[in-house]
Design a protein. Structure first.
Length: 87
């Protein structure tokens, strides 16, 4: 597992899985972030379907395991910083 921190833009997608097969992160403030998954390296469209992840006091705010390493990508956007680990 490697730790990471990413400052997110509210308007642009950032890919955070970076070839891994597991990801866990916490949101650095009380705002929510949008998240979407793809199987291509192309940045999702601004209008891409997504889900909101909110900050919660206990445990990770987001966790995903068993992903196809190097195939699946996790993209997030939101005006905040996230901190987590990925494998």
């Amino acid at each position: 597992m490697k730790t990471f921190s990413a400052t997110l833009s509210a308007d642009e997608w950032t890919e955070i899985l970076q070839g891994g097969d597991a990801l866990f992160f916490d949101i650095g403030s009380a705002v929510s972030v949008d998240i979407t998954l793809t199987e291509t390296a192309s940045t999702p469209a601004d209008s891409a379907d997504c889900n909101q992840v909110q900050s919660w006091p206990n445990g990770w705010d987001f966790a995903a395991t068993g992903l196809s390493s190097g195939v699946q990508r996790i993209w997030v956007r939101g005006g905040t910083t996230i901190t987590g680990v990925r494998r």
